[in-house]
Design a protein around this ligand. Structure first.
Ligand SMILES: [Fe+2]
Length: 504
């Protein structure tokens, strides 16, 4: 790791993100086949609401209780972030991950639940909203007659996740800066500045908060130069350290895990090949490339261990812990290849989503042992995504993971919420029915001192029959009993990717 010229190096890192070096060619406007396909599909298929444009002014609504009752004392705010604008002037993005960040809050109290949705006022959003058309190249699309890029934040859509940091909410992307948001109003405050030389340096969407210290760890990736930047942040938002780790294979890294000693990365076989626009086409799945696990020592970023695993791909981890002999155990949603990140996400934008189930992810436990030995074991047959844990167990030995799940006959998305005990294999779950498409389940502890796993699961979902977005609350230990309460909005929102919870 470079320490003497750290800030200069990081500045170069931001500039070298690659995209700034390319100027897209203009091309002639024609009837857009993706826009036309989506318009046709959405005419008779309410599933397509998950990728329908949210209105520019956002949403403000009151939810209706449709089942059960809010438990006494349960109060707080659920934040959710995801893409919310996919088309302008009859031209539609090609890739699901391109859409502009649309932030939602569900303020839950004993006197009701207020829902709010707002577009994040990124530089890109403001430029394109004023122009009435897409201008900037996006991760997976280049719009007609595009403009050039001066740096990664020009195309920042801040659409992936959220992090509460002191009195601010950060909307997270992974190719550039976090975006600072007022957690009460959802008003945007601009790109988060960490210090000189750090503007635009990638800040990924899955930071991890260490229990006890409250320290937040994160990373950013420049796959083209096989480097990571590591971020260490105090609970009040002060930057404690940032620096580079070199020689990390250029496989797309979306998430990571921490243990008490280590920061653990799993580099999949979806590898950077050559800089192209749209940027995602710079990556290709290499079936010969082993996945590489890398554990970086938290106290000395120059110390690392690594393991080679069979080829594969992942977006998300559950969690990890480290035994006293250095063995690391982690669980993740692993797939055989990256077809979902490519063809699957393109299909979603056309309104076609019967994704090839061979490309979908299963719950796997990975053991990384001293001496470079490793083992991967399947934790069940279902397809799963969005694994979540009791956040108080982040980096610590724990029992359980919650996730969404679906079977091969439901290839359009998850309709179940499940909990799995990693040690006994015991499973608990609830099936909402084929017409309900569920989003990420978040674990909310019953109280700070409650026992591990004692708490609530809160998740949103699209009810395709009602054509409305719903909110469901479960006892985290009794999913099979069904929701303790469910609510419904008077409208449908586009799907989000990730969220966080702020207790009242
Ligand atoms: Fe993610």
């Amino acid at each position: 790791m470079t320490t003497t010229s750290r800030r200069e190096a990081l500045k170069l890192f931001a500039a070298a993100g690659g995209v700034a070096a390319l100027t897209p060619a203009a091309f002639a406007r024609a009837a857009d086949p993706v826009f036309l396909d989506y318009a046709a599909a959405s005419a008779d298929d309410p599933w397509t609401l998950i990728v329908r444009d949210a209105p520019s002014q956002g949403f403000d609504g009151q939810v209706e209780l449709i089942n059960g009752r809010l438990p006494d004392g349960f109060a707080g705010t659920l934040y959710r972030n995801g893409p919310g604008r996919f088309s302008r002037q009859d031209w539609r993005y090609r890739h699901w991950f391109d859409g502009d960040g649309f932030l939602q809050s569900w303020q839950i109290g004993q006197d009701g639940i207020n829902h709010r949705g707002r577009f994040i006022q990124t530089d890109k959003w403001q430029t394109e909203e004023a122009a009435g058309r897409f201008i900037l190249p996006a991760l997976g699309s280049v719009p007609p007659n595009p403009g050039g890029l001066s740096g990664p934040d020009d195309m920042n859509v801040a659409n992936t996740s959220v992090l509460l940091l002191g009195d601010e909410l950060l909307a997270l992307w992974e190719g550039g800066s976090a975006w600072s948001i007022d957690p009460d109003t959802l008003d945007s405050r601009g790109a988060r500045r960490w210090g000189q030389g750090l503007d635009g340096v990638p800040f990924s969407a899955h930071p991890k908060r260490e229990p006890g210290s409250g320290i937040i760890w994160n990373f950013g990736q420049d796959a083209s130069s096989e480097r990571l930047v590591l971020w260490k942040i105090a609970p009040d938002g002060t930057l404690l350290n940032a620096g580079l780790v070199n020689d990390v294979p250029g496989g797309m890294i979306h998430d990571f895990v921490i243990t008490e000693r280590s920061l653990v990365f799993l580099v999949g076989s979806y590898r950077f090949q050559q800089m192209r626009l749209p940027f995602i086409e710079s990556f290709q799945f290499d079936p010969e490339a082993p996945m590489r696990a890398i554990a970086v020592d938290k106290d000395d970023w120059s110390v690392r261990r690594s393991w080679d695993l069979p080829p594969g791909f992942l977006f998300h981890f559950g969690g990890a812990w480290e035994e006293t002999d250095g063995t690391i155990r982690l669980d993740a949603a692993l797939s055989q290849d990256a077809r979902f990140a490519m063809a699957g996400a393109y299909d979603v934008m056309r309104g076609h989503a019967e994704t090839d189930t061979d490309a979908q992810s299963r719950h796997m436990q990975v053991t990384l042992s001293p001496g470079g030995r490793s083992r991967i074991e399947a934790l069940g047959d279902a397809y799963i995504e969005f694994p979540q844990i009791d956040p108080r167990q982040t980096g610590l030995r724990r029992r359980e993971t919650w996730h969404v799940a679906w079977d091969a006959d439901q290839p359009r998305g998850a309709n179940r919420i499940e909990r799995r005990n990693l040690h006994t294999g015991a499973r608990d779950g609830f099936d909402h029915g084929a017409h309900v498409y569920v989003e990420e389940p978040l674990f909310v502890p019953a109280a700070e001192d409650a026992a591990e796993g004692e708490g609530w699961i809160v998740h949103t979902a699209l009810n395709a029959l009602a054509q409305r977005t719903e909110l469901h609350l479960f006892n985290a230990q009794q999913l099979a009993d069904g929701p303790v309460a469910s609510w419904r909005l008077p409208y449908a929102c586009p799907f989000g990717f990730h969220g966080c919870w702020r207790s009242a």
